[in-house]
Design a binder for this molecule. Sequence first.
Ligand code: CAA
Ligand code: NAI
Length: 246
Amino acid sequence: MRGLKDKVVVITGAASGIGKASALRFAEEGAHVVVADFADGSATVREVEAKGVKSIYVQTDVTSIDSARAMIAKAIEVFGRVDVLINNAGITKDAMMKKMAKESFDAVIAVNLTGVFNCTSAALPSMLENKSGVVLTTSSIVGLFGNIGQTNYAASKWGVIGMTKSWAKEMAKNGLRFNCVAPGFIGTDMVRKIPAEVLQEKIIVKIPAGRLGEPEEVAAAFAFLASDDAQFINGTVLSVDGACTI
Ligand code: CAA
Ligand code: NAI
């Protein structure tokens, strides 16, 4: 991809799944990677550095604005700038609406929606000063179409699309770009938590591609959207879902 070499990319939730695959993909493109995760991301750092670029792990809780600010400050202290932020940390707490506890709603909104606000807000001052920056966020097919058992998650993933479009309108004139990727069902720990019968009989049968996606297939979309090839793409949502519409 054009223009990713020596860029500094911060990826939240990069200890596992889509975030880790993205860290490795950006490393292959020659970018340096800040692995920001609540969980230990040192294994990701080792694998990224094995590709010949620099990487650090910063323990981060995206639900805390102070933690988000400290994470961006560390990235700037070590690398001097942040070129790309990928808001990817996310959780599920699925339940039918009639059984969904208020705590489950609040917890999912705190990570998946407020967390995106916190990290973007922390990264913006330096991006605005540099008159350059890309913010990418992992939405979901569930944010576009809703899903059984996911009131909280659907609200959060729809919400990040609204924020992204608003930011693009506000800050395109400042040289910044904001886009979402909306993955379908991807083979990570998050999907492995779905009851086996539901996954097989209600979900996989509805994916025209006939299989779950791979984390690397989502990482490829992030790499494209962060690259110079996507310079006029701003405020959009790129689906990576094997034609699934749930
Ligand atoms: N799609 C279609 N039907 C579903 C469904 C789904 N995603 N989830 C549940 N159902 C159906 C069940 O098959 C069941 O149908 P029958 O009554 O015909 O048997 C009915 O809904 C009730 O389900 P349960 O018996 O399992 O009810 P429960 O109260 O014990 O559990 C639940 C409800 C927690 C929602 C559980 O069914 C579940 O975890 N479902 C999966 C939800 C899901 O799709 N989560 C996606 C997680 S991955 C992710 O979020 C990443 C992303 O962005 C795509
Ligand atoms: P995952 O569970 O493997 O990775 C999520 C990561 O986020 C974990 O490493 C976790 O430690 C981290 N995290 C959770 N809470 C955090 C917090 N408060 N602060 C910092 N980090 C935190 O799951 P996966 O599948 O890789 O998910 C990545 C993103 O992709 C999420 O936003 C998810 O909602 C989204 N997504 C996933 C899909 C899938 O099918 N797997 C489909 C569509 C979207």
